[in-house]
Write a protein that binds this ligand. Structure first.
Ligand SMILES: NC(=O)c1ccc[n+]([C@@H]2O[C@H](COP(=O)([O-])OP(=O)(O)OC[C@H]3O[C@@H](n4cnc5c(N)ncnc54)[C@H](O)[C@@H]3O)[C@@H](O)[C@H]2O)c1
Length: 347
């Protein structure tokens, strides 16, 4: 049995406690939170769990194998560092930390200590996301032109990080997983309407290798809950609506094909009138690919247990988490500089 402690029992922590309690391969031995009220709620829901406010006494328990961190982003670094210093495997919620320097330090510590460091980029464990990656890998969509990603809702708001670090972290990890690459430059603008200094809405454009553009709209100040993604390829287009649990994916057999007839991408002809555009549009069927039903967070938790057991290496490891943080850091710089396009340094 893999013995775990979960730190942070707010909105998200109980989902992790539940999955690790149900697994059959792990046991949640401790739940740590600063807030006694949160701990009382956990004690009522999970009576076999020991609740504590003191993190240090928990990580010193020699029988503990791993620590799962679901506290606000600004506390991830210190908690993960102390857990790994005690030789514990760590699953930390996204984003890995709130700075490149501290994320890098955690990666080095994990490598030094020989422990698993995994980041909860849960969309990499979503069956629909995996299906999209297969479509791209199998060249079903052809060359990818651009991806548009909208992630909005009314709350929950954060005070330690902005909407990009909170929400766009998902989209950056997802786009990079699909494209098997990281952006080379970004440009972003943010709007601070609720709390000064913390952007509630971020509009960003990421430039990936091979001319692929990814556009992000992340906001916790929006009346609609949207998780709405469009992938436009040379051969086909795809939409992914993560709010639609029945049919999240739609594959559109649509393309603008005129330039092929005129010699392909290397010597494209101009489509210079409405009628020539219309004749060059191919309008095929819209299909709804079947997506296997499974719970992404359960997949993520089981993958962490596989990694702790030495059966796998993390898909979203510390280095992948660091790469996401590097992109977020570049987005913040661009926002501070009025939307200037800034390079994303490679490690
Ligand atoms: N993967 C996802 O889809 C997803 C969804 C929601 C949240 N998250 C992530 O989970 C983390 C927590 O988010 P949340 O919405 O549950 O936040 P929250 O504010 O609801 O809960 C955080 C909890 O951590 C406790 N806490 C804060 N600092 C602590 C410390 N130093 N030691 C012990 N306890 C401490 C607080 O008392 C609170 O109960 C964040 O990193 C967030 O990005 C991920």
């Amino acid at each position: 049995m893999i013995e775990l402690a979960v730190v942070g029992a707010g909105h998200w922590g109980p989902n992790l406690i539940n999955n690790f309690s149900m697994s059959g391969r792990s046991r949640v031995r401790y739940v740590v939170d600063r807030d006694e009220n949160r701990l009382a709620a956990i004690r009522a829901r999970f009576p076999s769990v020991e609740v504590r406010t003191d993190f240090e006494s928990v990580v010193e328990d020699a029988e503990l194998d791993g620590v799962v961190i679901a506290t606000p982003t600004s506390s991830h670094f210190e908690l993960a560092r102390r857990a790994m210093a005690q030789g514990k495997h760590v699953l930390v919620e996204k984003p890995l930390t709130d700075s490149v320097v501290s994320s890098r330090e955690l990666c080095a510590l994990a490598e030094n200590k020989g422990v698993v460091l995994m980041v909860g980029h849960v969309f990499l464990y979503n069956e629909a996301s995996r299906r999209v990656r297969d479509f791209i890998e199998e060249d079903e969509l052809g060359r990818i032109y651009y991806i548009s990603m909208v992630r909005t809702n009314l709350g929950p708001i954060r005070t330690d990080v902005d909407a990009a670090w909170d929400l766009a972290a998902h989209d950056i990890s997802l786009a990079s997983f699909w494209l098997d690459a990281w952006p080379t430059s970004v440009s972003a603008m943010g709007g601070e309407f609720i709390n000064p200094g913390i952007a509630d809405v971020v509009f960003a454009t990421l430039r990936y290798p091979n001319g692929v553009l990814v556009n992000l709209h992340a906001s916790w100040l929006n009346p609609r809950k949207s998780r709405d993604i469009t992938v436009v390829g040379e051969k086909k287009m795809l939409t992914f609506d993560d709010v639609d649990l029945e049919t999240p994916l739609r594959l559109h057999d649509k393309q603008v094909s005129e330039f092929h007839a005129k010699g392909g991408a290397d010597s494209p002809g101009l489509i210079d009138s409405f009628s020539s555009f219309r004749t060059s549009v191919h309008l095929g069927e819209v299909t709804e690919p079947v997506v296997a039903k499974s719970e992404p967070l359960r997949n993520e938790c089981e993958h962490f247990l596989d990694c702790v057991s030495g059966l796998a290496t993390p898909i979203s490891d510390g280095r992948a988490g660091l790469a996401v943080v590097r992109v977020l850091d570049a987005l913040s710089l661009s926002m501070r500089e009025g939307g200037r396009e800034v390079g994303v340094p490679s490690e």
